[in-house]
Design a protein around this ligand. Structure first.
Ligand code: PAF
Length: 283
């Protein structure tokens, strides 16, 4: 049976009773099949699994004083049903007051330059909010492994860097992107898409797949025409499409082993991100 911890005291006592290795899956709830994949991998690699569900105001515009935060999908009942079915041991679902009892914290973990590019350019401060809350979760739960989706490639790279730079004693385990049958990457934000907007959004995975095919065939990427395709797609507004190194997030000119195509678009008022490794990693 899954134990629900609403307070830090309840969490500490639930975690203290876990035996063996602990895998943590940090989430903001509205759980979908992508989260299911993170949880299954955590369950396969650890004795116990802890899932956190917390819509973290620090990583939203104006520290949560925005429509994106207010409208973020929340359904704790459905999330609890899902994690129970997946055999999760502990769910940590704190209130804002529990996580930030003094209001906005004085001391943050800053993501630095890695947090200022790409998503960070469109959402200033977002990654500082992510690193701060994830560092708190690592402190509170002290997991052996923590699981992050490759869909949020910039978040994954920054968390890996945080763990290395600050010597957190745990392993970060990346989990591949889960896509719907139509190819759209799973995201809690997909709930906001009308069927028409979802259809329009498919230009994003299609464009990334075309870049991947060109890279695999050794042909020029023609990034500008890929951007033009996204800009010209009905209902779509392009934020960025870049080729970067997956670990440093710096732009790369040549398609090498770590090259990643990353993109963000707005469709039907919803911001969507996606990415594709251009070549299989060297084994
Ligand atoms: O990826 C997310 O859902 C969030 O950014 C995370 C890692 C749970 C931190 O709030």
């Amino acid at each position: 049976m899954t134990v629900l911890a609403r307070s830090i005291a309840q969490l500490r006592s639930a975690v203290a009773s876990l035996e063996g290795s602990v895998g943590l899956v940090p989430t903001m709830g509205a759980l979908h099949d992508g989260h299911g994949q993170l949880i299954s991998k955590a369950a396969a690699e650890n004795t116990s699994v802890v899932v956190s569900i917390f819509v973290n105001p620090l990583q939203f515009t104006d520290l949560g004083d925005c429509a994106d935060f207010r409208d973020y999908p929340r359904d704790l009942r459905a999330d609890l049903d899902r994690v129970e079915r997946l055999g999760v041991d502990v769910v940590f679902a704190p209130s804002e007051e529990e996580m930030y009892p003094g209001g906005v914290p004085q001391v943050w973990v800053r993501a630095g330059e890695m947090g200022e590019r790409l998503e960070g350019a469109a959402r200033p401060g977002h990654f500082d909010g992510v690193t701060t809350v994830v560092a708190k979760l690592f402190q509170l739960i002290q997991p052996d492994r923590a699981y992050f989706g490759e869909k949020d490639a910039q978040q994954l790279a920054i968390i890996q860097r945080m763990v290395a730079d600050l010597n957190f004693p745990l392993a970060i385990r990346p989990v591949p992107i889960i896509r719907g049958k139509d190819g759209l990457a799973e995201s809690s934000r997909n709930q906001h898409l009308t069927p028409e907007a979802r259809e329009q959004a498919l230009v994003l995975p299609h464009t990334l797949a075309a870049l991947r095919e060109r890279a695999a065939a050794g042909r020029p990427l023609e990034l500008e025409s890929a951007r033009a395709q996204l800009r010209g797609a009905p209902g779509v507004e392009l934020d960025h499409l870049e080729i970067v190194d997956a670990a440093t997030l710096l732009p790369v000119d040549e398609v090498g082993a770590g090259a990643l195509a990353v993109a963000a678009i707005h469709v039907g008022g919803t911001r969507l991100i996606d990415n594709a490794r251009l070549l299989p990693p060297l084994s």
